[in-house]
Design a protein around this ligand. Structure first.
Ligand SMILES: Cc1ncc(COP(=O)(O)O)c(C=O)c1O
Length: 286
């Protein structure tokens, strides 16, 4: 499904035709990347895991000290975004972005500035993810040390994703100090001898909502799960690899190109398939 502009957006309290929605050139999101964002999936118009997404958004706002004037009725605005986009029977996601607002440019926080809030829903092809096989390559993780904040400053993620895209790969998996942290917009998992591994939560990864869902599902299905990072040198030995994310959902990785351009291949394994089936069931019962 091709990326398209939405017709309607919520900007600072109003629903507008997108071509009428204007933001100051002095907005700190535009000038400094001083903002955070969130992406909440919906299936057949029904938001999925929205409370966890809202909790992460509130955590991020708090971590960067962007204070909203009043308590925001997130659930209602998410439903409204889906309705405004005419997607109440479709699959897609709601994008929410909040910047510190517009002010004369300074590095320190300006006083008495209202945050800029942008929200819209867009359609996505979400079904059929279980049939896809991803080809990834390894890139250096050049991001900052607060990857737990879903910041709009995504230049390092963009660079690493473009590197993959330019070589016709689906995603870059990022390596910091010899271990794999995550993808540019996905969480990374591997399976070794029946045990599922993923990088521990902390400042070097985004605490993915789909990642959390997988961890909980492992507990439910009695599959051992360890929050331990995979050394890049062990990639060859693992049995299964998969990525998770709001748009990727649970995506099997079948090919990895290493920094020396050698390639490792994997098959979609039974644990990846089990997770995908459990995910599909949960969505069907939404
Ligand atoms: C860097 C990064 N890691 C992981 C994820 C996956 O997180 P979630 O499952 O909440 O979409 C994302 C999502 O955009 C991301 O940007």
């Amino acid at each position: 499904m091709a990326n398209k502009y939405p017709n309607k957006v919520y900007l600072n309290g109003e629903w507008l035709n997108a071509d009428k929605a204007k933001v100051s050139v002095f907005d700190r999101g535009f000038m400094l990347g001083d903002g955070v964002y969130e992406v909440i999936p919906f299936y057949r118009g029904k938001p999925f895991l929205s409370s966890a997404h809202i909790r992460r958004l509130e955590y991020c706002l708090n971590e960067v000290s962007i204070l909203l004037e009043q308590r925001f009725a997130w659930s209602e605005v998410i439903d409204e975004a889906i309705a405004q986009a005419g997607l109440t029977a479709s699959d897609g996601a709601v994008y929410i972005q909040i910047t510190r607002g517009a002010a004369p440019r300074t590095h320190y926080f300006p006083q008495n500035v209202l945050p800029t809030i942008l929200i819209y829903a867009f359609e996505l092809q979400l079904s059929g993810f279980e049939h896809r096989k991803a080809k990834v390559l390894v890139a250096k993780d050049l991001r900052w040390h607060r990857c737990d904040i879903k910041s709009t400053s995504l230049i390092a993620n963009v660079q690493a994703n473009e590197y993959a895209h330019g070589l016709a790969f689906d995603e870059s998996i990022l390596e910091r100090n010899g271990i794999i942290t995550e993808g540019t917009h996905t969480s990374f998992f591997c399976v070794r001898n029946g045990v599922v591994y993923t990088h521990p939560a902390g400042p070097h990864i985004l605490p993915g909502i789909t990642r959390d869902w997988v961890i909980n599902m492992c507990f439910k299905l009695n599959i051992e799960i360890k929050e331990e990072a995979l050394p890049i040198n062990d990639l060859q030995e693992v049995d299964e690899l998969f990525l998770t994310g709001t748009t990727a959902q649970i995506l099997a990785v079948t090919e990895v190109m290493l920094a020396d351009r050698s390639t490792i291949t994997k098959r979609t394994g039974s644990i990846t398939s089990k997770m995908q089936q459990a995910f599909i069931e949960e969505i069907e019962n939404l």
